[in-house]
Design a protein around this ligand. Sequence first.
Ligand SMILES: Nc1ncnc2c1ncn2[C@@H]1O[C@H](COP(=O)(O)OP(=O)(O)OP(=O)(O)O)[C@@H](O)[C@H]1O
Ligand SMILES: [Mg+2]
Length: 511
Amino acid sequence: MSADPHEPALVLSGATKSFGANLAVDGVSFSLAKGHVHALLGGNGSGKSTLIKMLAGVERGDGGTVAIRGHSIPLAEMTPARATAAGLRFVHQQRSTFPELTIAENLAIGGNGFPVGAGGRVRWRAARREAARVLAKYDIDAHPDQLLGELGPARQAMVAIARALQTGHADNGILVLDEPTVSLPDTEVRLLLDAVRRHADQGQTVLLVTHRLEEVFSVADNAILLRNGQLVAEVAPRSITRADLVELIVGRAVDEIAPDTSAERGPIVLEAQSLCAGPVGPVDLTLHAGEVVGVAGLVGSGRSSLLKSLFGVLPIESGSVRLHGTALRLGTPRDAMRAGIAFVPENRAEDAAFQELSVNDNMSVAVLLDYWRGGRLRAGVQRRDARDLLSRFLIKAQSVDESLSALSGGNQQKVIVSRWLRRAPQVVLLDEPTQGVDVGARHEIYLLIREAVEAGAVALVASSDSEELAAICDRVLVLRGGRIVGELSRDELTSSRVERLAHGQEKEVTL
Ligand SMILES: Nc1ncnc2c1ncn2[C@@H]1O[C@H](COP(=O)(O)OP(=O)(O)OP(=O)(O)O)[C@@H](O)[C@H]1O
Ligand SMILES: [Mg+2]
């Protein structure tokens, strides 16, 4: 429509938003070139999601304007309807999909609505047909009648993105993605980024938030960097090294070398024999003190279920688990916690966090019993410990009394991880521990996991990021179809071998 092909697709000027005394977005201006992929980067709490919510009209801006194809809209007057009319499409960090509805229903709710026939009846057959078309178009392996919640998080994310795109301006819309690849395994990340690239090539303008810098280098034409709510730089990824990019994001140089993995292997801590639970099993495990053991596998391979069974949230159907040689009865998380087992689940928003409670209380959930002495809660000690954790994990919060919901996504994750690592656990089960965590804090979490195992614990880390596993683990177990199909020791450990085993492209190792 626009006559000048060089006219930017979007021009943001002076975007500003504060929460009380907290200036979350501070006079940010940039423009997006049509058909380009722009990465929006910055540490946890730097203002990325807030900026995006202002563009979407779901957070009211205090100041600033956005101009799209010649129409200027004050951010204080933006509404979801105006954003949609302007051609903006969003997939937010907290996705508004409905796990308890079918895929067809999810697509219809977020898209053109349900096709309605004579008499106002929903034409289900048409809705399903349309859903099948969208699933095929975006290469999503799922059926329209499946409940969304039955899909792994990866495919749920793909459905959310497909839903946003299905009604877009075909060739000149603006697609905004807030951390779409969190918890996607590398192969699916590539699929998704390829799709993003194709959309850009067809004229869509993309604004992509991510903490995985490889993605920036592989797909972005331009990177916009925020720190403390301010624009600090715009760079072309092609002309910058990874180390320099990290320094721009964090504000200081970060030594990204993974912590030393040469710790002595201690005595056996946890032993599982012929463990069967839900989709997992039979599985044999022998975990030693001082080890960080990775759990790799594709979505649906049983990684999360294995961890859940060891924490007692997924019932163990048969087999045995021993901790320091003593048989464990794992029925409830309480049993597991008493035995010294800690668990950071994958699905933070639903399984781990209490959005309405304060940061302080969220950090203490796992240790609350320790704070009761003689019938009184030692609130002072509890708060002091919480403040320690804030500074140790570089968690960005106004105070320990702030409610968790006011924290940025990555900072919420850090609260949950800190909650567990503070208990000096025997066994630490971590499912995607660094999802959504920025490069600076990610390294901090690796160090804390190392610290825990050096103190005699064993860590079992499930991750879809094979680079991460290769960097931090002493060995990696690869799951497929609920069974361990291979194990890679430290010397054999590379991300590509992890991937090949997970896909069944490498000969299985008999254990
Ligand atoms: N609803 C809210 N109430 C109060 N403060 C908020 C609210 N939403 C965000 N903030 C604050 O605004 C700042 C920016 O948060 P934002 O979510 O935009 O960060 P982000 O860059 O998206 O971080 P992440 O990488 O962790 O997702 C943070 O200090 C955060 O605590
Ligand atoms: Mg965010």
